[in-house]
Design a protein around this ligand. Structure first.
Ligand code: GLU
Ligand code: ZN
Length: 299
């Protein structure tokens, strides 16, 4: 990959404002792109309409601006890209890999999907989702930070949903199509998505896409061991002190700036971070606990 050709992205779900964990991901993907003089795109993952909250996209963009994380190009909204997902879906269907599934969530509470509807369903008048057939191949993701992650989708996940019973295309299809269509050649995101990656690689392969590289960053968890999320009511970012937030996110990523930089303006702090960004310095854990101390004050 030529450095000039690097294209990365940050893909928040606009279901709530950014919290410390999502800022870490935004910052990591930003620095990785800027270090390579590449592009950094933003994609609003609002495909799951029931989960999104109107106006949250604008709040997220304001937060990014306030943190100095300025993006390239137009913002892409998944909710406006249904035709792209439909044509990928139709192509997969033409390969004979898509089938209707009438199982309820309750019936398949435990992964992997047992293949109940693989060979046809009798009654399709009721709601049904569409699944894609998987196989026993081991699919490997060579993550630049986490190393090799191997999964047999068939035995560990099973045939997975491509189109939901409510008619929406599923997250895995949308992400795969979008990353390819936007020319993303390295995906930097939270390690909670490592487990989803083989499904996305499977779809990339079937759809004949170029395979992107991966960098899964450690995820911030709270004292109870849960991911810091919108649901855990992480408070909004302190707009009065964006440098402090960036400082602490850098510290989380093993890139604590010199103490004197604590009061630096955002621009100099980010300049310092781009210059000093080094994959060898990143922590390799998939999860890191943050104390109810300094980092939490920043969110
Ligand atoms: N929209 C997902 C999230 O907010 C991220 C998906 C991705 O980066 O591939 O967790
Ligand atoms: Zn089924």
């Amino acid at each position: 990959m030529s450095p000039a050709g690097y294209t990365g992205r940050f893909a928040p779900t606009p279901s709530g404002s950014l919290h410390f964990g999502s800022i870490v991901t935004a910052l990591g993907s930003y620095l990785q792109a800027r270090k390579q003089k590449g592009k950094w795109l933003i994609r609003m993952e609002d495909i799951d309409e029931p989960r999104t909250r109107p106006g949250t996209d604008k709040i997220i963009l304001k937060q990014l601006e306030c943190l100095g994380l300025l993006w390239d190009g137009e913002i892409v909204y998944q909710s406006q890209r249904t035709p792209l997902y439909r044509s990928a879906f139709e192509y997969l269907n033409s390969l004979g890999l898509i089938f209707r599934c009438t199982c309820t969530r309750k019936e398949i509470a435990n992964r992997p999907y047992p293949g109940t509807c693989r060979h046809g369903v009798a009654d399709v008048t009721t709601g049904y989702s569409m699944r894609i057939k998987t196989n026993d191949d081991d699919i490997a993701c060579d993550d630049v930070l986490q190393g090799k992650f191997v999964q047999s989708i068939a035995s560990e996940v099973g045939d997975f949903i491509i189109k939901r019973a409510d008619g929406l295309f599923a997250y895995h299809l949308a992400v795969t199509v979008d990353d390819a269509e936007q020319g993303i050649n390295e995906i930097v995101r939270g390690a909670d998505l490592l487990d989803s990656t083989p499904r996305q690689i499977y779809l990339q392969t079937l759809l004949g896409y170029n395979l992107p590289g991966y960098l899964h960053l450690p995820v911030a968890i709270n004292n109870d061991g849960n991911k810091i999320s919108k649901r855990s009511h992480a408070a909004a970012i302190d707009h009065d002190n964006p440098s402090q937030v960036i400082f602490e996110a850098l510290d989380f990523l093993g890139h604590a700036p010199p103490y004197e930089a604590m009061n630096a303006d955002i621009e100099s702090l980010l300049d310092w971070a781009v210059k000093n960004w080094d994959l060898n310095t990143l922590p390799k854990q998939t999860q890191i606990k943050i104390n109810h101390g300094s980092q939490n004050d920043a969110i």
